[in-house]
Design a protein around this ligand. Sequence first.
Ligand SMILES: Cc1cc2nc3c(=O)[nH]c(=O)nc-3n(C[C@H](O)[C@H](O)[C@H](O)COP(=O)(O)OP(=O)(O)OC[C@H]3O[C@@H](n4cnc5c(N)ncnc54)[C@H](O)[C@@H]3O)c2cc1C
Length: 406
Amino acid sequence: MKVCVIGGGASGCMAAIKIADKGHDVVLYEKNEKIGKKIYITGKGRCNVTNAVTGPEFLSNVVSNPKFVMSSEVRFNSNDTREFFEEHGVKLKIERGNRVFPVSDKSSDIIKALERGLKWRGVEVVLNANVDDVLVVGNQVSGVVVNGKSENFDCVVVATGGKSYASTGSTGDGYKFASKLGHKIVTPVQALVPIILEGSETRSLQGLSLKNVVLFSKFGNKPLYSSEIGEMIFTDSGISGPLVLSMSSYINRCDLTKLQLFIDFKPALNEDMLRVRIDRDIVSLGAKQTSSLMDGLLPKSLVPVFLKRIGINMTKKANQLSNEERERIILTLKNFELKIKDLASFDYAVVTAGGVSVKEVSPKTMESKLVKRLYFVGEVLDVDALTGGFNLQIAFSTAAQCASNF
Ligand SMILES: Cc1cc2nc3c(=O)[nH]c(=O)nc-3n(C[C@H](O)[C@H](O)[C@H](O)COP(=O)(O)OP(=O)(O)OC[C@H]3O[C@@H](n4cnc5c(N)ncnc54)[C@H](O)[C@@H]3O)c2cc1C
């Protein structure tokens, strides 16, 4: 069969390689001048290529539609990804949180491995090739229009990615193809994205990184999502860092005006333990200022912002704090509220949540349930996961699952 793959990202390259393995003629169209532009910037240029966990542990990191991903992940899991890249000449290492990287710390080595894989199997890679349309006859795919010219194909695999970091080529073209052919598109929203805060209260904290804190949210006063203990950072317009990116993936469909976001600065201590600690510190500090008390509890640059928020003068003697003031300190240490203005734009989103509805795609074959021989793989689908190598693994798993049908 003559197969067209649209998109030379992680999912498109893997799909082309695996379909060619089955003996088919594969043409890969990539609109950029090279393949893997997004892969190049993954993992801060190091490419966190997968996560060395499998099964339920893997799926617990998939935010949207983990059930849909389940059989792909069984077919081709992170062990298979590691084996694939080792076979294609990339030595890998496992870091904290089971994150897998090339030993070289170079994402370009992952791209080179995919290029090698495509070449070894004789996949025709056509660069600077913009696919404008997918053609159907009846309810079956018949080809594509590429750079304005029609080309016939027996099968078409859409691997065009989401719409984040559009400069890498992921401009949401797959959504257009899919919706024109009758597919429902779940509204794309930013995921794994920094959060912009209201007002200027935290502006002075730009660059401050917090370790060992918890970030949690409430919607309409009901708990929504609570992170594990981890890190976050204040930016010029809000907050970012691992905890914030994860939080964004759970709140990106909420009415942000009804959402409350809090930092727990002392997750290892409950309120009673904090009370004991603060009382003990006050005794040992004696007539020293409240700022000295807070210096032992918070990073120095945060202390003025914190005390201003709760209306306590920095210079007030610690041993003159009223019980009510001590309680205010304790409560705010455990529930420091941040007012969300918005999520940062798609240009800052590591992935796109939403996309081609998985209800109209077979999880066993990735084939459209509406148009025969039309397939969707990777981020174009309504699937997204947390950071840690899970998103690339989903791209590889869905690609391999698709190929298994050929
Ligand atoms: C900054 C950043 C860091 C990341 N780091 C990691 C990480 O370390 N680990 C991880 O697991 N995930 C990471 N991700 C997410 C991961 O990169 C993506 O989920 C994954 O690359 C998606 O692969 P894909 O093949 O589905 O789509 P894409 O990588 O977006 O590839 C789609 C390709 O299709 C091409 N294309 C689109 N439309 C057309 C058209 N009409 N004609 C021809 N070609 C077209 C595009 O040019 C592009 O090359 C990161 C993402 C970003 C933005």
